[in-house]
Design a protein around this ligand. Structure first.
Ligand SMILES: [Mg+2]
Length: 391
C-alpha cells in the first residue's frame, strides 16, 4: 500500500483569526504585520487584501500604498498560538504521526487510517469539518503519496479546499499544473525555461536527469527531475523530528531577497519556538537555522550557547547572527527554518525566564503572562513582525 500523506495548511491564518475574532473585519482587507509608517513587513493578509496586490513579506508601507483602506493590525502571537494548539489537537485525533512544520501547517501520515476514517476524501472532509467546528476557521488539505504532492495539492486547493491526488495519478496532476506554478522553480528558473523553450511540466519530463543538472545546476536539476514526475524531492524535513528538538519552517510563495523581511521571519519563528518551549516547560541550548536557496541548494548552521536561551529576543539574536554568517549575500531564499535542540527541563520559574530579557514587558505581552495594559500592547504593536508565507 502506498503511503497516504496529508498536508494541512490554515488559510491566511493570522488574518483569518482576526476576522473571526472581530466579525466587523469579515470580508475586508485585513493586513497583519508591522505598523504603517514604520519599518517592517506584512506578516499575513486576508484574501481581500491580496486582491489589492498585498503579499506576505512585502514592506508594510508598500502594502499601505496599495491598499490604503486596509485594516492594519499587529501580530497577536499568543492568540494565534492558542488557536494553533486547538488545530493541532484536532490533527492528533486523526493520526499520532503529525509533523508540525510551523504554527499553521503540518504533514500528517494518514497511512493505514482508512479503516477508522475511510478513504482520504472522507478523512480530509472530516478533518476540515472538525477544525472549523473547534476554531471557526478554514483549512486547506492536500493528500498524496508523498509530501511534495500533498503540499502542491493543498496550495492548489486554497482557500478552504481539499484535493486528493490518487497514487499513480501524480504525473497527470503535475501535467495540469502550469509550469509557472511549479513549486520550487522561482524567477530565475522560469527564465531559463523560457530560454530553453520548455513550456510545460510534461515537456520537462522529456529531459533526463543528467541533462537537467547540466542546464540548471546539480541541486535544481535533481529537484526538477523528481518534481515533474510528482516524486518526493526533499519537500519534507531532512531529519525526522525528535523529542529533543523543535523547529519551525517557512516556505515562501516566491523568492525572498530582502534582508529585513528574512530577519522578520526569524523573529516570528523565534517567538513561536519560545512559546512552545515555555508551554513544554523546557529550555534549549542549541540554535540552528536552515536555508534553501532559489536554486534548491540547502544549507544549515548551528551553534550551542553557553547557557540556556532565556527569551525570544535572545533566540532571535542568535538566529540572526547565524543567518548573517551563513547566507550568501544577494542569494534569493525559498525556505527559512529555525530550530532549537539540546532541550532540558527548565523554565519553571517565570520570573527567571524573563529577567534576562532585554524587554521583558514585551515578552510577557507576547506570551500572555500578564494582563495586557494599553502600553504593553502598544509595544507589541511596534514590534517588527514576521510572516506567514503560506497563505
Ligand atoms: Mg497557511
Amino acid at each position: 500500500m502506498p503511503p497516504v500523506i496529508f498536508h494541512v495548511d490554515m488559510d491566511a491564518f493570522f488574518a483569518s483569526v482576526e476576522q473571526h475574532d472581530s466579525p466587523e473585519y469579515a470580508g475586508k482587507p485585513v493586513i497583519v504585520g508591522a505598523r504603517p509608517g514604520h519599518r517592517g513587513v506584512v506578516s499575513t493578509c486576508s484574501y481581500e487584501a491580496r486582491a489589492f496586490g498585498v503579499r506576505s513579506a512585502m514592506p508594510i508601507n508598500e502594502a499601505a500604498r496599495l491598499c490604503p483602506q486596509g485594516i492594519f493590525l499587529p501580530v497577536r502571537m499568543e492568540r494565534y498560538q492558542d488557536i494553533s494548539n486547538e488545530v493541532f489537537s484536532v490533527l492528533g485525533d486523526f493520526t499520532p504521526q503529525v509533523d508540525r512544520v510551523s504554527i499553521d501547517e503540518a504533514f500528517l501520515d494518514m497511512s493505514g487510517t482508512e479503516r477508522l476514517f475511510g478513504p482520504p476524501e472522507d478523512a480530509g472532509r472530516a478533518l476540515k469539518k472538525k477544525i472549523r467546528e473547534s476554531t471557526g476557521l478554514t483549512v486547506s488539505v492536500g493528500a498524496g503519496a508523498n509530501r511534495f504532492i500533498a503540499k502542491l495539492a493543498s496550495a492548489r486547493s486554497k482557500p478552504d479546499g481539499l484535493i486528493v491526488v490518487p497514487s499513480g495519478g501524480e504525473e497527470s496532476f503535475m501535467d495540469a499544473l502550469p509550469l509557472g506554478k511549479l513549486w520550487g522553480a522561482g524567477e530565475k528558473t522560469q527564465e531559463r525555461f523560457r530560454e530553453l523553450n520548455i513550456r510545460s511540466v510534461k515537456e520537462l519530463r522529456g529531459y533526463d536527469e543528467g541533462l537537467l543538472q547540466r542546464l540548471f545546476g546539480q541541486a535544481m536539476g535533481g529537484f526538477l527531475y523528481m518534481a515533474c514526475r510528482g516524486l518526493d524531492c526533499g519537500m519534507g524535513r531532512d531529519e525526522a523530528p525528535t523529542s529533543r528538538s523543535i523547529s519551525t519552517e517557512r516556505t515562501f510563495e516566491y523568492d525572498v531577497i530582502d534582508q529585513d523581511s528574512l530577519e522578520a521571519v526569524l523573529l516570528e519563528s523565534a517567538q513561536e519556538l519560545m512559546f512552545r518551549l515555555f508551554t513544554m516547560g523546557m529550555q534549549a541550548m542549541t540554535v540552528a537555522i536552515k536555508l534553501r536557496y532559489a536554486d534548491f541548494r540547502t544549507v544549515s548552521a548551528r551553534k550551542t550557547q553557553e547557557r540556556a536561551i532565556s527569551s525570544s529576543d535572545e533566540l532571535y539574536r542568535h538566529a540572526v547572527e547565524l543567518f548573517r554568517k551563513k547566507r550568501e549575500s544577494g542569494q534569493a531564499i525559498r525556505l527559512l527554518g529555525l530550530s532549537v535542540s539540546g532541550l532540558e527541563e527548565g523554565m519553571e520559574t517565570q520570573g527567571e525566564l524573563f529577567d534576562t530579557a532585554k524587554d521583558s514587558r514585551l515578552e510577557r505581552a507576547i506570551f500572555g503572562l500578564k494582563k495586557k495594559s494599553g502600553s504593553t500592547m502598544k509595544k507589541a504593536r511596534n514590534l517588527r513582525s514576521g510572516l506567514d508565507l503560506n497563505p
